[in-house]
Write a protein that binds this ligand. Structure first.
Ligand code: PMP
Length: 431
């Protein structure tokens, strides 16, 4: 029995696995490349899901993790002092941009957001949360409730009362075609209208991704969160920035996605890349909000020594190698290369740093084209390039490589992508 058949026989049906019947088993990695079980090498433009942020088998990170495992105590529990955890918390507090910040570690982004929602709702004594359509925040009851993406909403049962704001999608819906300043005005009107109508009494917080990740790398104009914040401040409503995909310099221009908006959030959630493959997430935020938990809240594994060793090594590496600068430089090579292509099926190339989305549309109609998207996705893999897929309509190719990507690798991936797009474009005209 193949590994895929065994997977299907033992895992639930709803678990997504890329490449269907041709599912990929990655068994080794080095730099920005991975090798599958058949010995085939791929250039990785997705890094899991922006997870392997620094790349594969980077000595500084592997050595730090090995040294920690080598102590003989992989982990007991967070009831005991963990030096690596405290050090990482100090570093994250320092880079957070939040004065007198506190940090709480979790094992995932879902738990990080669940915790942030716990803190905000406790402080504000309200279960009402504002969330943005097409956002993704996790898979627990509270985080699913604030996830505005139908494919990922597996239950309507919610501990929260959620009020929805329009997504800053410039291609479809009520924000389509608006200029930056008109979009910000429309978004603020939307927020005011929601607060004036559907919300009853106090709202605890607004949770937002600075760039929507799973939603297909959809970003509002710079300053949007700042404009929201002015209205939120009138009501004492907290701002939670979900930086699970946008943090640590990925966007090139900034260390955190929120910095494009002239605002400092009350809480920032993080996960994925900071562990570079090890399970690590958390919340960093204002002490007053972080401390607003009336009982004990404990995670056995959150910030365990091995994950925290990885986190420390990753953050040190990101800062000492200026990976933010690399994301900006190499990201602009990719963005310019992709923008210079002219194929009818490519409706939009958007992005910032090493977070780039390609939106596929049916030529002439502007309708989302998930079929062409899937074709490009599969052709990339056949050509030796891993990319991601996403978007509300499944019509976005997501590019989120390790932040160490070199210019040569960017050009190599660009050539494979271009071939894939050219083929899918030609096929779409025959079909
Ligand atoms: N927030 C965002 C923005 C995410 O992209 C994700 C994961 N796709 C999560 C939260 C949830 O993280 P995890 O899968 O680690 O629970």
């Amino acid at each position: 029995m193949s590994l895929l058949d065994r997977h299907r026989a033992v895992m639930p049906t709803w678990m997504p696995v890329y490449y269907g019947d041709d599912a990929l088993e990655i068994v080794a990695g080095s730099g920005r490349r991975v090798t599958d079980a058949a010995g085939r090498s791929y250039l990785d433009f997705f890094g899991g899901v922006l997870t392997t942020m620094v790349g594969y088998d980077i000595a500084e990170i592997s050595d730090a993790v090995r040294a920690q495992v080598g102590t003989g105590v992989a982990h007991t529990s967070t009831l005991y002092l963990i030096r690596q955890q405290v050090e990482l918390a100090e570093k994250i507090a320092r880079v957070s941009g939040i004065p007198d910040a506190r940090v709480f570690f979790t094992n995932s982004g879902t738990e990080a957001n669940e915790s942030a929602l716990l803190f905000a709702t406790n402080l504000r004594r309200s279960n009402q949360i504002l969330a943005i359509k097409n956002g993704y925040h996790g898979r627990t009851f509270a985080t699913m409730a604030v996830t505005g993406h139908r494919s990922w909403s597996s239950s309507s049962l919610s501990p929260l009362t959620v009020h929805w704001l329009a997504s800053a999608d410039r291609l479809r819906g009520r924000m389509a075609g608006l200029s930056d300043s008109d979009l910000i005005d429309a978004a603020v009107d939307d927020l005011r209208e929601v607060l004036a109508t559907v919300s009853a009494g106090d709202v605890a917080g607004l949770i937002a991704e600075p760039i929507q990740g799973v939603g297909g790398f959809v970003a509002g104009p710079d300053g949007l969160l700042g404009a929201y914040r002015k209205v939120l401040a009138e009501h004492g409503i907290l701002l939670i920035a979900d930086e699970v995909q946008t943090g640590w310099g990925r966007t090139g221009d900034h260390f955190w996605g929120y910095q494009a908006h002239g605002v400092t959030p009350d809480l920032i959630t993080f996960a994925k890349g900071i562990g570079n493959g090890f399970a690590l997430g958390g919340v960093v935020g204002r002490a007053e909000v972080m401390n607003a938990v009336p009982a004990i809240s404990f995670s056995t594994f959150g910030g365990n020594p091995v994950s925290a060793a990885a986190g420390n090594a990753v953050l040190d590496y990101v800062l000492s190698h200026d990976l933010q600068g690399n994301a900006k430089r190499v990201g602009s090579v990719l963005l310019e290369g992709l923008r210079s292509l002219s194929y009818d099926i490519v409706g939009e190339v958007r992005g910032r740093g090493l977070m780039i989305g390609l939106e596929f549309m049916r030529p002439g109609t502007g309708e989302p084209d998930p079929v062409a998207t899937l074709r490009v996705f599969d052709l990339c893999r056949a050509g030796g390039l891993l990319v991601g897929k996403g978007g509300l309509y499944g019509n976005v190719i997501r590019i989120g490589p390790p932040l160490t990507l070199t210019e040569d690798e960017a050009r190599e991936g660009l050539a494979i992508l271009t071939d894939a797009i050219a083929t899918a474009d030609a096929e779409s005209r025959i079909a």
